[in-house]
Design a protein around this ligand. Structure first.
Ligand SMILES: [Fe+2]
Length: 477
């Protein structure tokens, strides 16, 4: 286990991101007149002390699209205790997901808590008008949506305790206007806590469900009836963590001879259904829906976990030696027969799937994502793409081997209600595109239905935005 941060070789992944405000200089096209609102994106931004990409302190990047056709950028760090403690340090002081302070086992044994390690760097959500940054092993942090000032840790008015965990992938049901989420809990009894948040932002515990194996899990699926967990065999061994030999993430090991566990929790309460299937790993689920008596889940499936884990640990050189091996799959789950059948939808490697969130929990035709193509196979996705889930047809716009794309956020061209016929390709895709050669980040806008036409608008951020994991669009009120 390394005590000191490794040498930096890739500025995209390792250079600290500046807190800055400024206009975005247009380099191509005109902004669509109906694209008015704010794109918020979160990701690790202060990474010099981190030995794992997941340990970089979070910073919220906001892009504001004004009615006059201009756009501006703002970036602010989330002022967590971890960020404050380490702000001027030259070595890590906090035991994180994959990072240990120097001092070996004497320094690290029995030390570390989620509160101290919370980098709030993974995702962002709105709950009843409150802007929250998320990190899966701790509580959300609340920021001012206008100034990005950190307002404090957020417990949903005491509904979550200081020991609660709240994942970075809450799922909204636009039909009921409820949001569901979960938290993983490890200990003598491993469990998943699920939560329901009503339309007024009040959080209620849904279930406390034991899990038969202590696995790492990042995301879940929500249908009209079910909370669905696909628990791949990345299994936690507490001994290295407790004895100080390894941080949490390195106490997780891929066990390819173990099954993936399927856990189905009824939204309306009742006993969970648990069964096993062939092993795989996924970080991200694109979407899910009920299809009569079956559950359909689309997700980015890795054949195993070790490859991506090594890449995230050696993130400073990730562009040199990593080939993304996740592809889009669909599984059909029968809760009554306790069976799962899966098929690959698209063979092109992809991550960061996104869909039209107005129709979450319903069947949709299109999944958007960041794709790794033959143009730049050793990169984390040089293309933005769209997959037709019915046919597998995939449309791509590739930015070239110098570029790394972010998760594309779908923004509908015009508001529709859930009662409208689903024609959910009618909108824009917003993404950050980092250019390694120019060491700069562009904000790009593409027509979601016409990716082959390329970018509709491109603007250059006043400072490169580094790696961002997830974002949310807030339309102009
Ligand atoms: Fe994620």
């Amino acid at each position: 286990m390394r005590d000191a941060p490794p040498q930096t070789t890739n500025t995209h992944w390792s250079e600290d991101i500046l807190e800055t405000d400024g206009p975005i200089d247009k380099t191509q096209g005109n902004l669509p007149p109906d694209l008015v609102g704010i794109l918020y994106r979160n990701g690790p931004a202060k990474n010099k002390l981190a030995n794992h990409l997941f340990d970089g302190d979070g910073a919220l990047r906001a892009v504001r699209f004004a009615p006059d056709g201009t756009a501006s950028y703002q970036c602010r760090y989330v002022q967590t205790p971890k960020y404050s403690r380490e702000q001027t340090s030259t070595k890590p002081l906090v035991r994180g997901f994959g990072t240990q302070p120097p001092g070996g086992i004497l320094r690290n044994a029995m030390r570390g808590s989620p509160n101290q390690a919370n980098a709030s760097n993974t995702s962002v959500m709105f709950s009843n008008g409150r802007l929250l940054t998320l990190w899966e092993m701790g509580l959300p942090w609340e920021l001012d949506p206008d100034t990005l000032e950190t307002l404090g840790e957020m417990s949903f008015d005491g509904a979550l305790s200081s020991r609660s965990t709240f994942s970075a992938h809450p799922r909204n049901d636009p039909v009921t206007q409820e949001t569901y989420n979960f938290g993983m809990s490890y200990g003598p009894r491993n469990r998943i806590d699920t939560y329901r948040i009503d339309r007024n932002g009040r959080l209620f515990p849904l279930a406390r469900t034991p899990v038969p194996v202590s696995v790492m899990n990042h995301d879940f699926a929500l249908t009209s009836k079910w909370a669905v967990f696909l628990l791949g065999p990345v299994i936690f061994n507490p001994v290295p963590l407790l004895t100080g030999k390894a941080p949490f993430g390195k106490a997780m090991t891929w066990k390819g001879d173990h099954p993936t566990t399927i856990l189905l929790i009824p939204r309306e309460g009742g006993k969970a259904i648990v069964f096993e299937t062939d092993p795989w790993f996924q970080f991200h689920i694109a979407g899910a829906f009920d299809d009569q008596n079956e559950i359909v889940v689309d997700f980015c499936r890795y054949p195993e976990y070790t490859n991506i884990d090594n890449a995230l640990t050696s993130f400073r050189s990730i562009e040199d030696d990593y080939v993304l091996d996740a592809t889009l799959w669909r599984c059909r789950i029968s809760p009554t027969r306790r069976t799962l059948q899966s098929t690959q939808i698209c063979p092109i490697p992809m991550e960061f799937p996104h869909m039209d969130t107005r129709f979450a929990t319903q069947a949709q035709h299109f999944i958007y994502g960041s794709f790794s193509t033959d143009v730049s196979p050793s990169s984390f996705g040089s293309a933005i793409g769209r997959v037709n889930t019915d046919t597998g047809k995939t449309d791509l716009w590739d930015f070239g081997p110098a570029c790394a794309t972010s998760e594309p956020i779908f923004v509908p061209r015009k508001e529709k209600t859930t009662s409208d016929k689903i024609e959910n390709e009618d909108g824009w895709l917003l993404a950050f595109v980092y250019n390694h050669i120019e060491h700069a980040t562009d904000l790009v806008v593409l027509d979601a239905a016409r990716l082959e036409n390329g970018t509709v608008w491109v603007g250059r951020l006043p400072h490169h935005a580094g790696m961002t994991f997830h974002g949310v669009w807030r339309p102009h009120a």
